[in-house]
Structure formats: C-alpha cells, structure tokens
Design a protein around this ligand. Sequence first.
Ligand code: XUL
Ligand code: CO
Length: 442
Amino acid sequence: MKITLGDKEFFKGIGAIRYEGTETDNPLAFRYYNPSQKVGKKTMQEHLRFAVAYWHSFCGSGADPFGAPTHHFPWLGSDDPMQRAYDKMDAAFEFITKIGIPFYCFHDYDLVEEGSTLRESSRRLEQIVAYAAKKQKASGVKLMWGTANLFSHPRYMNGAATNPDFEVVCYAATQVKNAIDATVELGGSNYVFWGGREGYLSLLNTDMKREQEHLAMFLRMARDYGRKNGFKGTFLIEPKPMEPTKHQYDFDAATVLSFLRQHDLLADFKLNIEVNHATLAQHTFQHELQVAADAGALGSMDANRGDYQNGWDTDQFPNNVTELTEAMLVLVQAGGFRTGGINFDAKIRRNSTDPADLFYAHIGGMDTFARALLAAHEILASSAYLKLRKERYASFDAGNGRKFERGQLTLDALAALAGKNGEPAQRSGRQEYYENLLSRFV
Ligand code: XUL
Ligand code: CO
C-alpha cells in the first residue's frame, strides 16, 4: 500500500485559535489565554508551557468498559497501521499548530501501534519518530516528554519493572530504551515513568520489598542509559495510588519522594503531579504540588479534573478557576516550571464526537489556567496574603520561638516556658477570610 503524507486537512473549517478577550462570543477563541501577555516577568506562554497529550487527543476512541468506540475520527480510519500512524501525526500537528500549544507528550505506542514482534515494533517506531522530527522542525512544536506504555499489553498484567518474571522486565527495559532514544532524538525535555501496573492486586502472591528493589534498579539503569546517551532533561515519576492496579507503588508524592530518597535517585528524578491522581489518593492537587515543591522536586503537571460524585480517574478537562488558583499559588511561589509544563492529560467525553470538541476542550482548559495564573499572580503581587500567612508564625520570628527553630532549646525548656506562660490565647486560623481573599481575585 502506498503511504500518503501531509496532504489531508483533518480539522476543516477551523483556523488558528486566537485571543479575542472576554467580550468575544466566538467559542473558538481564547478569552483569557493571551500567550504574549506579560504576567510579572514572564509571558503567559512561558509560565504555562502547555502540552497536548497524544494518547487522549489522537488515539482515544471513546470506548469504555461498557461500550464500543464512538470517536470515528478520520485519522483513525486507515486499515494500514503505518498509514494510520502518519495520518494521526498529521492530524496531531495540525491540531497542535492551530490551537497554538507549544509542546506535546507521547507514549511510544501512541505514535504507532505495536507490531507482532519487538523488532517490527522498533522498526515502526524509528520510522514514525523520523517523521515526528520533520513535523517538529516544520511547525516549531516541541516535545515536552516521552514515555513507554508499560501497561496496555497483556504481558504487563503482573507488572513491568516489578514483574516477578525477569523476561518481562527485560522486555520492558527494551521498550524504555527505545522510548528514551526517541525522546533524545526529538529533543524532549523530560522523560516520564508512570507505573500503572507497578504494584499488586493481592499481597498474598507478592514480595513487595523485592518488587520495589527491582523498580529502583530499573530506574537507575534507565537513568544511566539516558545520561550516557545524551538525555539532559528531567526524569519524572507520576504518582497515582490505584487504577488499573489495586495498589500502586508510586502512591502519592510523599511516597515517591521517600522512595527516591531511599534509593538515592533525587538528583535526577522529579515529580509529575496529576490532578485526578491527587484526588484519587484523597489529597488535593495543591497538596501534592506543595509536597513536591517543598522537596525541590516539582517537575511538571498533568492537567485534568475528576468528578465530585464518583471515585475514579475520569480525566475531564479543567474548568474550576478557584481550585486551580490555589494550585497556581503553589507553582508561582515555587518559582514556576523549568523543564516541565502543563500537559492536558484529559479526554473529551465519550459522547463528544466532533473533531471541534477537541478544540473546545483545550480552549476551556487553557482559559481556566490563564485565569488561575492571573489571579495567583495578583494575590501574590498586590494583596496582603503572604504577609498574613507569615504573621501566623510571628511567634517563631523572635525570642524563644526563634531559638526553638534554631535547635537551641530542649523539651525541658519548652515545658518550663509553658509552666510560666499558662494557657495560650486562642488565635483564629481565619480560613473563611483567606477563602474570601482568594475569591476577590478570581
Ligand atoms: C494514567 C496517566 C498516564 C500517564 C502517562 O492515569 O496519567 O497517561 O500520564 O503514562
Ligand atoms: Co498522566
């Protein structure tokens, strides 16, 4: 079959999406995201560093555990896997360019489907990566991160790096090696590990300690391979507590940080925090970001939202400005992104079946983040917020409080002070006051 490249328009009738301001009625325009607008020292585009997720936006079929695909997008139509891969890439770059997002992210087998042998899969991947390099060069779009899909194929049903069968570990290693090569070739600034199958379904058949040691060994090898072969970016671990596995080892930010510390990997690995993974772990997104930031390990974000009425990973597009303003407060105070950014790891709903729905979804997500950034910046730059929070801790800024922080007191000394001072005066935490302060800027 003769392969055709680059001669189809997949999003007919939709041109470049532009900033038109809040007065516009145009549903295919940005109302807040104005890439060149300065917010403090950086432009919005530099702050937010948006990325499109290849898997949801171009591979997603709308299938769910109860029903067949509903997204019959034209780039998924060909019978030939290579033609399908090229069409998908043409559609992806057309979309990414029209929406004006500077980055994209992929799993190896998002770009092209796996073949029947490892050799065939690697050959397909090499071909499509060469095409991606051309598309990147022609469009200026950059790779934010690459990763290997170590969870879809049945061979990974018992885990990838943590599989009790060494042969599966070797297979996973080959995939990671190829995916790192692809990331390096495409100038990716991060490489992600998301361990969807790294964990257990039942502890009865699981040697947890041994599996976790295997995971650390595997990550060390991937790090060494990447560094030896020209990968200068950041390795990222993306925590998630469960789904698809009952218990995943990368449960949440605190768990991953302690694992990285234990295995001496913190110099090379940071965290990629995803909204709906945070909420699955019974945390807020901003909590997870703060835990990562406090360890100097806030690398990147996967943006989406869960559903308040159910427990699982619904991966909807973000639309809550107030919640995201709290998240952006953490990001801005942490100094913003370096190699990372905001990847829309979100999918249009099963019954959103028009190609235009992909545009509405990303426009809404981008505008929501832009509003949250503007609000967070204003709160930090021109409100009493930081001063008020600091004042809550004023008793540690001088006298015995300061001595305590410096390690100059003993438990006996604290007890003597309590004896002298008596019952402490009640001080309000004023949560509603802080919430109102934030609302004023949203
Ligand atoms: C799954 C998820 C993944 C990772 C990359 O919940 O978030 O798509 O982002 O493997
Ligand atoms: Co994700």
